[in-house]
Design a protein around this ligand. Sequence first.
Ligand code: PEP
Length: 249
Amino acid sequence: MRRKMAAGNWKMNGTAEALGEVDTLLAAHPAPSCDVLICPPATLLHRLSDRLQGSAVRAGGQDCHAAETGAHTGDVSAAMLKDAGATHVILGHSERRSDHGEADDTVRAKAEAAIGADLVAIVCVGETEAQRDAGETLGVISAQLKGSIPDGATGETLVVAYEPVWAIGTGRTPTLDQIAEVHDAIRAELSERFGAETADAVRLLYGGSVKPANAEEIFGVSNVDGALVGGASLKADDFGGIIAALDAS
Ligand code: PEP
């Protein structure tokens, strides 16, 4: 059985006072039966992981560099995230792919570095609206999976997040059938490459405008093992509602 997962991506939001939301969340959900992860900006990671000591919630990074150390001004390595208390790192988010021109081979190198530093790599894939309209969704996802996931990935080291670019931060979501089609295709693609046993162990998250009001129906979709949540992860009540829906699924 795959353990369900709710992962919050705070993006470039939050200074120290945002940690108060975490206290509220921990008080309301002291023992979730799913894995709960919060990925704050790098500046908050250490303070967040300190705050989470003794709780079931984990902290993660939003990106890492592929190199261990070196002349990469402004970047953070996987080992640095680990040192700051991270257990996971989001990689290949569509905002990294578009804002920083990250291609699949870069995402793959980062995922290798993350796994090498004992972090779980949450690799994001997803089509643009134009690609969906052109009927290219499954081909795009397949190519991203092939290019972005390193050889040797396992259910312990890899989580895949399907995030349609057009659904991120827009309030729009695919139909449940569309989500099922992509998640089933991702599972099949992983099975072809890594074998059924490994593919069955990899958690597949849906991401894109998940909120308490739509979480229950999304978590009922085949091969959806949880959610990667942006905007709704910033408020304890909203993220808590999503955790509750996942726990009930
Ligand atoms: C995200 O950025 O990973 C995301 C899913 O954002 P939102 O939930 O705000 O659509």
